[in-house]
Design a protein around this ligand. Structure first.
Ligand code: THU
Length: 137
């Protein structure tokens, strides 16, 4: 197993563990996310739904909140895992959340229960995006 395979496997396992803790009684769609910082730290999150439906939080948002709490500010890569047949790609809002902390070249890996199904860059999922640098005069 190459170093890359091993680090992706670590990210997958962290996301899968997070997915097991998802609170999704309304959609019944459990999601886990795990991100790696440039220094190698891993932070994870799961979706947490709410009886007031729009107040639910995505797994990616949880992982990003954990990263910020850990004092980190950059995402080198992120992996999202969901069940079902389709690719569990981040929603539009989460693409923007990732954009705040990641370069356009950062990989976004999409996994199912058996492993990674597809990998995109942030730039592919959120082209021509708006970000923090646009606010600089
Ligand atoms: N969800 C995530 O947490 N991340 C995604 O990338 C896609 C969707 C959650 C939101 C909601 O709790 C459930 O999945 C169904 O949309």
């Amino acid at each position: 197993m190459s170093k890359n395979d091993k680090s992706l496997r670590e990210l997958f396992e962290a996301a899968k563990t997070a997915q097991a803790n998802a609170y999704a009684p309304y959609s019944r769609f459990r999601v886990g996310a795990a991100l790696r910082t440039p220094g190698g730290a891993i932070f994870s999150g799961c979706n947490v739904e709410n009886a007031a439906y729009p107040q639910g939080a995505c797994a990616e948002a949880g992982a990003i909140a954990a990263m910020a709490l850990g004092g980190e500010r950059r995402i080198a890569e992120i992996l999202v895992i969901g069940d079902g047949e389709g690719l569990c790609t981040p929603c539009g809002g989460c693409r923007q959340r990732i954009r705040e902390f990641a370069d356009a070249t950062a990989p976004i890996h999409i996994a199912g229960p058996g492993g990674v199904r597809a990998s995109f860059t942030l730039g592919e999922l959120l082209p021509h995006s708006f970000g923090p640098e646009h606010l600089k005069a």
